[in-house]
Write a protein that binds this ligand. Sequence first.
Ligand code: HH2
Length: 329
Amino acid sequence: MPACAGTTGEDDASGARKIDDARTLPAPASALNPPYPTAKAGGMNASPFPSVAPAGSAGGGALRALLERPIPAVMGVLNVTPDSFSDGGEFIAPEQALQRARAMVADGVDIIDIGAESTRPYTGARPVTAADEMSRLKPVLPGVVALGVPVSIDSMKAEVAAFALDQGAAIVNDVWGLQRDAAMAPLIAARGVPVIVMHNRDNADPAIDIEADMKAFFLRSLDIAAKAGIPRENIVLDPGIGFGKTAEQSIIALARLREFDMFGLPILVGASRKRFIASLSPSEPKERLPGSLAAHLIAAQQGAKIIRTHDVAETLQALRVAAAIESKQ
Ligand code: HH2
């Protein structure tokens, strides 16, 4: 297993369960000659990126407005990947990706989360380099940004995040919670953008106390963020449903969402189509909308502020109905 491993333990597109595998975090590629300096060794405090926006500006303002609304913001998933666990290959062609983004906007999406590397484990696949990710994003990102909805970049690589921010993305979604790429926290601090700090583990371990593990992970991430100078108001926490967790641990994480209120930060939940649903009700990823809605409504009830989903219209409808009923209780 490579040194930098990450896994959702999710299914492949055919629904077949995969053994947890790894994906690598290659050294930053220079192929696209990025218009920003590459972070060098120098610790988490080093801030090699030019500050192009004051802390809390642009993406921060847009995000804060969404977080103040009475129902959670809906983040729609846009995977420009050949191998994502539920929709790999469907939106790899730029026109299809743009069509998908337009459809999500028509459905009322609040944030579009674009990713060019699957977190799905796979065997024998070529590791995705930063250059690969950027070449997938390049033909799509400007068109998605032009739709006028805040865009988040789902990448664990600072080089890819910087590239996406240069193209107009407003939020960074790091599935390794600032703990995989030492250049990520300085980048986010310098750009003054919000970051989603997701809990992750190299491997699921059924023997551990997952809640304690998540709390310790978030404390580490928040320490890294503080040392880099990321303001707390730019941080969103995410339990990382399906990431380095057994199905039961994903259910526990969802059940104990309120525990993470101790950090005083907004929570994002992404349970969409994840494998824990199939552990309760055998199903292919695309057959898991009912289970996804159940999980997301319970997350919303516990105060989740952002819901990450593949099914925007359906999720928005469910959230609106639940909120309307709750308001009369
Ligand atoms: N889940 C996935 C990817 N990125 N980011 C956050 N913050 N939270 C999540 O739960 C999350 C995430 C996995 O879903 P998907 O993007 O559809 O799959 P893949 O990683 O295979 O592209």
